[in-house]
Design a binder for this molecule. Structure first.
Ligand SMILES: Cc1cc2nc3c(=O)[nH]c(=O)nc-3n(C[C@H](O)[C@H](O)[C@H](O)COP(=O)(O)O)c2cc1C
Length: 352
């Protein structure tokens, strides 16, 4: 297990590409020349899973469970504290199996006592284990991850997924903090989101295809690497957000997967996401540039978000949902095939 986490970090970094090509490029804002607002009036606050966030992006689930990842968690927690953004831990599975590695997670709370911290577990866990996991971090919310493809390609992964929805339903009833169900980079369909909503889930991170690819990561850990053909499986983050449209007013949708820059964040928010998670980009940046430069980058992103919102003439996150967006190419093809009204996005400002 310890080695697995170290390998995930190593492989995620090695395979990380500064994706110059992304499905986010298939979303284009209609530009208007008159902004009619002042940058000073832009407010980046958002509410997600009943938690108030000062900034609409956060460090999504990654590490913990080994000495190396303890150091990474320590650094990420310090970055989150200094920049006042939320942070999720990696799966606490390791700590639930071995008390000896608990510290590699607990360090996140030790460093950032007041910050928003999410604990993370897999959907195979019972409600008792869920409580134990949230206690370790004194967590503000619990993420439950769905990673069927990853488990099946992982040589030592789970093979039985028959109880997941049941477990999620039980955990929601049991734990006293908000629960966020998330993917790990394969995206979600509206059918999945409906199944989750039907058992009481109120916050969903669609974590889509386009960034970290756990099919490729796990495949490269296999002796024969026979699952190369699964590397393109899943829905992109943009397509997952299109799939989620029927739910954006009912539950909190969170976007993640392949976020490259503040414009991708704004596009996600304009598609109805309440907040946006970033994993590999921040991890890679931290490993390449260190803690101080990562803090500078995040602070710069906050300012850049305000610049983009000023260009778009919107002073708060909620108003972004009125912007006109053209859905192009593969994303548009997907909408046509799935009966998603893509023209609606192009004409939202005139419908108010
Ligand atoms: C090194 C690494 C480890 C990860 N471990 C977890 C995990 O333990 N639990 C989880 O829910 N997601 C995990 N993820 C998935 C991320 O939270 C996220 O859903 C996915 O990486 C897509 O975002 P990205 O493209 O910004 O990396 C991990 C991602 C990375 C890069």
């Amino acid at each position: 297990m310890n080695n697995r986490k170290d390998e995930h970090v190593e492989l995620a970094k090695k395979m990380y590409e500064d994706n110059s090509k992304s499905d986010f490029d298939n979303l284009k804002f209609v530009y208007n020349s008159l902004s009619q607002i002042s940058l000073a009036d832009v407010d980046l606050k958002t509410m997600v899973a009943n938690l108030e966030m000062d900034y609409p992006f956060f460090i999504n689930a990654m590490t913990g469970g080994s000495e190396k990842t303890k150091l990474i968690n320590e650094q990420l927690a310090y970055i989150a504290k200094e920049t006042n953004i939320a942070m999720a831990s990696g799966s606490l599975s390791a700590a639930l199996k071995d008390e000896g590695v608990k510290d590699s997670f607990k360090v996140i709370r030790d460093i950032n006592k007041e910050g928003l911290i999410f604990a993370n577990i897999g959907a195979e866990y019972s409600k008792a284990k869920a409580n134990k996991a949230t206690d370790i971090l004194d967590a503000d919310a619990l993420q439950i991850h769905l990673n069927v493809i990853q488990e099946l390609i992982m040589p030592e992964g789970d093979r039985d997924f028959s109880n997941w929805l049941n477990n999620i339903e039980e955990i929601i009833k049991e734990v006293s903090i908000p629960v966020i169900v998330k993917e790990v980079g394969f995206g979600m369909s509206r059918e999945t989101i409906k199944q989750l909503v039907d058992v009481g889930v109120k916050s969903v991170d669609i974590s889509g295809f386009g960034g970290t690819n756990f099919a490729s990561i796990e495949n490269s850990r296999r002796k024969k690497a026979e699952f190369d053909y699964l590397k393109n499986f899943g829905q992109s983050t943009v397509i997952s957000l299109l799939e989620a449209q029927g739910f954006v007013e009912k539950i909190d949708i969170i976007a993640s997967g392949g976020i490259r820059n503040p414009l991708d964040i704004i596009k996600s928010l304009a598609m109805g996401a309440k907040a946006v998670g970033i994993s590999a980009f921040f991890l890679t940046y931290l490993l390449d540039h260190g803690v101080e430069e990562t803090i500078e980058l995040i602070n710069s992103w906050k300012q850049e978000l305000k610049v983009i919102m000023t260009i778009l003439g919107k002073t708060n996150i909620d108003q972004l949902k009125d912007l006109d967006i053209i859905v192009l190419k593969e994303a548009k093809d997907w909408c046509i095939a799935r009966d998603i009204d893509y023209k609606k996005f192009a004409n939202r400002s005139s419908k108010q």
